[in-house]
Design a protein around this ligand. Structure first.
Ligand code: HEC
Length: 241
């Protein structure tokens, strides 16, 4: 069985036609390591002819903590967030279909299913994902992030035009992860301190600008606030975001 599947995986990995039906998917290492995706993805591809390549840079489709709950392992609920498109849409539909669910639950070790497709628990879990205080988040965003990012209409004139607006970043499928880790993503580490989490600035590398100092509660509040804003309409010219 496994040998046959890996042969299929090899065949699927060989591009035959230039205009192939395909999209890329980002999945955390911890999920890839289970071997589950090698079980799941080729079966979807066989059914639909759509090939999925794993890529850490993908913004087309992401397995993570936001989006539509699709399967669970233990207490961890995995969500799919994706951009709209015929192939990513087909993938989500398939994951939620009876065949998709049976495929998810067929991945077993020693006769025990490792993933569950019963999402009744997950819906509850998703509602509690954003626990931060959105009103506080708006205030902190405007004071701490608003000198560079357009947070909302109220600081449109005071931000830096070349820095992505919050509404624009809200369109990324993995926006939540990015906001929860922004302090590790450039350019922020050079000027950002998260109370009790980040190391103090090195003595020879003081912050070049008035530093941002926020607590983890405030990071969660910002994330909750961003969750409440309407994603930018990417059909409109970026200038007006
Ligand atoms: C001094 C200017 C400045 C401040 C202050 C600032 N940012 Fe940014 N931020 C940037 C720039 C510039 C980028 C774009 C980086 C790029 O495109 O690579 C960015 C990108 C981001 C991204 C996307 C990062 C990625 O790699 O996907 C997030 C999320 C973000 N900022 C959140 C915040 C939050 C939250 C705050 C406030 C707590 C904040 N930023 C404060 C300049 C700033």
């Amino acid at each position: 069985m496994f040998r046959k599947l890996s042969l299929i995986a090899v065949l699927l990995a060989t591009p035959v036609v230039a205009q192939e039906k395909a999209f890329s998917l980002k999945a955390p290492e911890i999920l890839v390591k289970t071997g589950f995706l090698k079980h799941l993805l080729p079966r979807f591809s066989l059914k639909t002819g759509v090939r999925i390549t794993l890529s850490d840079d993908s913004t087309e489709a992401v397995f993570g903590s936001t989006g539509t709950p699709v399967f669970a392992s233990g207490d961890t609920v995995w969500h799919l967030s994706k951009t709209d498109g015929p192939y990513t849409d087909a993938f989500e539909k398939w994951l939620l279909s009876d065949i998709g669910k049976r495929t998810i639950e067929a991945f077993a070790r020693d006769g025990k299913a490792l993933f569950s497709a019963d999402m009744t628990k997950a819906v509850v879990a998703e509602e509690t994902v954003l626990t931060g205080d959105a009103a506080l988040g708006e205030k902190v965003s405007l004071t701490q992030c608003g000198r560079c990012h357009v947070v909302n209409d109220s600081n449109r004139m005071n931000a830096i035009g070349s820095t992505p607006s919050f509404a624009l970043m809200r369109t990324f499928p993995d926006w939540q992860e990015r906001f929860e880790t922004f302090f590790m993503l450039r350019p922020h580490p050079a000027f950002t301190q998260i109370t009790d989490i980040t190391e103090p600035f090195a003595a020879h590398l003081p912050s070049p600008i008035a530093p941002i100092e926020v607590t983890w509660d405030e990071v969660e509040a910002i994330t909750a606030y961003v969750g409440s804003i309407t994603p930018a309409d990417l059909g409109a010219p970026l200038q007006s975001q």
